[in-house]
Design a protein around this ligand. Structure first.
Ligand SMILES: NC(=O)c1ccc[n+]([C@@H]2O[C@H](COP(=O)([O-])OP(=O)(O)OC[C@H]3O[C@@H](n4cnc5c(N)ncnc54)[C@H](OP(=O)(O)O)[C@@H]3O)[C@@H](O)[C@H]2O)c1
Length: 359
């Protein structure tokens, strides 16, 4: 497979650090540039991160002494050094939109973790096993931006990566109503228990903006390309409650669902077991072999035990049973900073690379 030079924009942050560790030994992607805010620019990666390193594994040796560039003022320089960039920055939404477009217009494709462009109609928001065909909208986006290579592709919010994969193969029965309560890890807020001690022995019943994202994003992921935009689907009707819980990594969702035609439990289990997407067919390097794992044990999946399944890229399900108000209920779990953030973006980049979008 062809090799690609890549940059990480926001390399010092929590998601940026995850990119650095995931890309350290990647078979196709070679990190050539790290960038962050003007506060970090000019420092080595090690100096700029200082005591903010949050990964369980050490900072990659090959990146420790790389000197950070300024993500906002070195755009042309960075674009000239790489084939594409990953982006995860903490800035205002309109600033992120402008920044990502500036890179695209400098002919540097952007694979983004940020939410700013998720609802831009010609920006694909992709879960590679679910809607890989949405990357075809990039042709329209390039026409709008006036670029040959440059474009923006985004991944969806981490909260939906647990329950949308489990619901997706069941769409053939007509998903009618979905209720999902999510129990989200503190790393989703860029924190651990040292930096957020108030979360020990606690639960916070509110995560700003999360319920809207959790209800709306699946409708774009399940949408269709029409002309030069992705048009959202209008079913199922989704309602959510998103809670922050004292778990370091791993978002759990308790899901209730009703169908137009109610399937049997066996049909659901078979569809989950058989579900393969394009990443599995193409054997992309970060793709889990089995995307959806079902646990028969009543007390699984558990965040601590099961979040790292298949390098944190698989989704775990369990407790599938009939419900008195909906047709079925079940529980699912995904690793929020791997499948739900940097890992999902790396898999999306692998899909784009395999389809020639960085050439
Ligand atoms: N944490 C998660 O699980 C998660 C999941 C999905 C999506 N996301 C999204 O990913 C993005 C990053 O999240 P995070 O948790 O990694 O945040 P973070 O730890 O606060 O890191 C923010 C990064 O943005 C950089 N930055 C801040 N201001 C900047 C500026 N003016 N110009 C250029 N770079 C700037 C920071 O650089 P300095 O170090 O130089 O300040 C740092 O590299 C956010 O949009 C977030 O919503 C996070």
């Amino acid at each position: 497979m062809k090799q690609y030079n890549v940059g990480i924009i926001g390399a010092t942050g929590m998601v940026g650090q995850r990119f650095a560790t995931l890309l350290e030994n990647h078979p196709w992607f070679n990190v050539k540039v790290l960038s962050a805010s003007p506060r970090s620019a000019g420092k080595t990666y090690q100096e700029a991160v200082g005591n903010r390193w949050k990964m369980a594994v050490p900072m990659p040796e090959s990146m420790k002494n790389m000197v950070l560039l300024d993500a906002t003022s070195d755009i042309e320089k960075i674009a000239g050094m790489v084939d594409f960039c990953f982006c995860a920055v903490d800035m205002k939404k309109d600033e992120i939109k402008a920044l990502e477009e500036a890179y695209a217009k400098a002919e540097c494709p952007i694979v983004s973790n940020n939410s700013a462009h998720r609802f831009t109609p010609d920006v694909p928001m992709v879960v590679p096993e679910i809607n890989p065909e949405h990357i075809e909208i990039i042709k329209s986006q390039r026409e709008r931006l006036g670029t040959k290579r440059g474009f923006i592709a985004v991944k969806s919010n981490c909260s939906i990566q647990s329950y949308v994969p489990a619901l997706h193969p069941l769409r053939k029965f007509g998903l009618k109503n979905v209720l999902a309560c999510t129990y989200q890890a503190i790393s989703g807020a860029g924190k651990n228990f040292d930096t957020w001690p108030e979360m020990v022995d606690n639960l916070i019943p509110y995560i700003g903006g999360e319920e809207e994202k959790s209800e709306q994003e699946p409708l774009k992921v399940w949408g269709k390309i029409q002309g030069n935009e992705i048009v959202k689907t209008d079913t199922p009707s989704i309602t959510t409650q998103c809670l922050r819980v004292p778990v370091s990594d791993g978002h759990t969702a308790a899901v209730f669902v009703s169908f137009e035609q109610k399937p049997t439990k066996e049909e659901i289990l078979k569809l989950w077991a058989d579900f393969k997407g394009v990443p599995q067919e193409l054997e992309l390097p970060s793709a889990p072999k089995q995307f959806i794992h079902y646990f028969e044990e009543d007390n699984r999946p558990q965040a601590k035990l099961d979040r790292n399944l298949e390098n944190g890229m698989a989704v775990s399900t369990g407790r599938l049973r009939e419900d008195t108000q909906f047709d079925y209920k079940f529980v699912c779990l995904s690793h929020n900073t791997l499948r739900g953030a940097a890992g999902g973006a790396v898999l999306l980049a692998e899909l784009l690379a395999s389809k020639g979008y960085f050439d």
